[in-house]
Ligand binder design. Structure first.
Ligand code: ACO
Length: 322
């Protein structure tokens, strides 16, 4: 029976690093508050590269790493909540930049759950359409959506991109998938809202900045992420102890610790990189996965639970064998 496997993973971040101390120079906050409440020490903030530029760097790295030519790619999906533009899609820009002329390319929007949603969509399309190779990227330049005077959000997010190259295979790799959406909670986390115009001749365009009910999102995550993991495990017919590593969306170290406690799993099974990158939304799990493969934390045959939550509100867990 056909399935897909991850044959390469890469990530890219902008050059500029902004530490907590630097933020506290222009905002009423402190390294102590940010570190204690979230685990974040610094984040990357783009100065020139937009989302498609970071995503294109990842796509190019994936091609180099896997030794594949761009024409071999059949599908490119970019998960992002901070695209360069409404149209063309970020994925289409990437397709053009890397000259993957045989690839169909489009974006999906599921905020921080986006990478897992995109992986699941890519796998389904590959199986149905017999695509041999696909690139799935989570990419964000969230700094352009932030209100840099709002300390309740500005300190939390960072820019970056991460992705994987998937290939069709005869072995089973994707073992369990749980995707859920809670649209009634959508107003707990919003960004980039646009409104229809009463006076349609008024040419002013406005987009709202990132807004979040932090406590509600925290409650949601600690409640729903364990449920999402358990439901993907049930589909995979596996137990919690069968999972070698839980790669959770890096939004808050305290959320991750609480999920580990709820699942009665040792914190050592939950790799962290939030201190270095902050919350990079759709890029977060992809960057973590790429780092864990690069550092050889994850080895061939390991069973991984990739699990995220975010705007929508949404949750997503994918259990796969590497
Ligand atoms: N620096 C200093 N003080 C601050 C800051 C800051 N950056 N931000 C808020 N405070 C203050 C508040 O004003 C408040 O002060 P008060 O007690 O005098 O009123 C106090 O700190 C506590 O504020 P809370 O919001 O209650 O702090 P909390 O402990 O809940 O931590 C946080 C806030 C970190 C945002 C937490 O709620 C959280 O992580 N929530 C989940 C958010 C999340 O994961 N979002 C990502 C979703 S993924 C996506 O889709 C993009």
């Amino acid at each position: 029976m056909k399935d897909v496997e991850i044959v390469g993973a890469s990530f890219a971040v902008p050059d500029r690093v902004i530490s907590n101390d630097q933020i506290s120079q222009f905002m009423d906050t402190s390294d102590e508050w940010i570190s204690k409440r979230t685990g974040i020490k610094q984040r990357y903030v783009s100065s020139e590269e937009n989302t498609s530029a970071l995503a294109s760097r990842v796509a190019q790295l994936l091609l180099t790493k896997t030794n594949l030519s761009a024409e071999k790619i059949d599908l490119i999906i970019v998960a992002t909540m901070s695209p360069d533009s409404m149209t063309p899609s970020t994925a289409a820009i990437v397709q053009g930049k890397i000259a993957a002329k045989n690839a169909v390319a489009f974006d999906i929007s599921a905020a921080c759950s986006g990478f897992s949603y995109a992986l699941s969509i890519a796998r389904s399309l590959m199986l149905v359409n017999h695509y041999q190779h696909a690139i799935v990227i989570g990419a964000e330049v969230l700094s352009k959506l932030l209100d840099w005077h709002d300390r309740s959000t500005a300190v939390l997010f960072g820019d970056g991109a991460g992705g994987v190259l998937l290939s069709l295979t005869d072995q089973k790799h994707f073992l369990g998938i749980a995707l859920d959406t809670f649209g009634d909670l959508g107003n707990k986390l919003t960004a980039g809202e646009t409104k229809p115009r009463v006076d349609f001749l008024n040419n002013q365009r406005r987009m709202t900045a990132f807004k979040m009910d932090g406590r509600e999102v925290y409650r949601f995550a600690t409640h729903q992420v364990p449920k999402s993991i358990l439901s993907a495990l049930e589909m995979a017919q596996l137990d919690l102890d069968d999972i070698d590593y839980f790669l959770l969306h890096q939004a808050n170290e305290r959320i991750i610790a609480q999920v580990a406690r709820k699942l009665k799993q040792p914190l050592e099974k939950f790799p962290l990189n939030i201190a270095k990158y902050g919350n990079t939304a759709a890029a977060s799990e992809a960057i973590l996965l790429a780092e864990c493969l690069q550092n050889k934390v994850i080895k061939k045959g390991n069973i991984i639970a990739l699990s995220g939550f975010g705007g929508g509100l949404t949750t997503a867990t994918i259990i796969f064998k590497y």
